[in-house]
Design a protein. Sequence first.
Lengths: 141, 141
Amino acid sequence: MAFLFSTADPEITLEAESTEQISFQVEIPQDSRARTKDVGVTMIIKGKILPDTESAGNAADSTAKLMEWSIVPAEKKEAYRSVKVQVTSGGITTRQYELPNAFIVDYFEDFTDAEGVGQFTLKIKQMKNKLSGVKVTGGFQ
Amino acid sequence: MGFRFKVTGGKDVEFDETIITAVEFLSDTPDSSNARSNDLGVVLKVTGRINFSLGAEVDDSTVELANWALMASDQADCYREAQVQIVNGGQIVRQYKYPNAFVMGYTEDLDDGEGVGTFVLTLKQKKDLTSKVELKGNFEE
C-alpha cells in the first residue's frame, strides 16, 4: 500500500517513501437531533522526514514545503490549496481523496535522537462552506 | 541525528548534541475553524538532559533556562531569540529560528535511577510577530 499526497497551486508532491498513514474523517456534531448542515471534513497525514546523507544540501523529501505552507497567513491565497491523496495497492488506485480548498489546522514535526528520522503530522480541513467539492472515489486502474 | 539549541538575547546559552534529545515543532491554529484562521501560533518544544558536570568544570547552562522561565513579563529579556538545528549526515534537515520567543512551560525531572536530569522547555514566538519566524530545511552544514 502506498500513499501519494500532492497539492496544486503551489505544488507539493510528497514522496511515497515519506508518507505512512492517512486518515479521512467526516465530522458531524454528536448532539444533533436530525441531520445537520454543520459537516466538516478533516484529513490527517503522517509520515517520515527523511534526510539525505549522500548529497547533503539536497532535499531527500518535500516535507520542508509542508512546514512552509503551515505558516502562510490566512489573508494569502496560498493558504488554501487543492489537495489530492491517492492510495494505491496492488497496481490499482483503491482510493482517491480530493479536497479542492484545503487549509492547515495543525502541523507537527517531531525529532528524537533515538529514531534517526523525524516524523510529521499534517492536519488539514476542507473550507467548510465548500464541502460539496470534496470527492472520494476508488476502485479504478 | 543531532540537535543544537541556542538562546541569545539574555545570557547567551548553547546546547549541543550531548544534551538535547528531542525537538518538536508545532504550527497551531484553532481546530474548530471553518476556514484558515489568523490565530496562528508557532510552538517549539525542546527536551534534553541535565548532565551534572563532574567537579563543576563546565557551567550548567540549563540553570539559565530555569531562570528564563521564572522571569517576569515586564523585563525586556523575557523575549529571546531561540534557534534549533537538526543535523543528520552533514545536512541541516531543519533550522527553526524564533526571534521573539517566550517560555510557555518549563519542567525539570530528576531521578536517582537515571543519574541525570531531564528538562522540557516549551517556547512560543510572540503571537503578533509570528511572521518573523524563520524556518529552513535541507541545506549543507
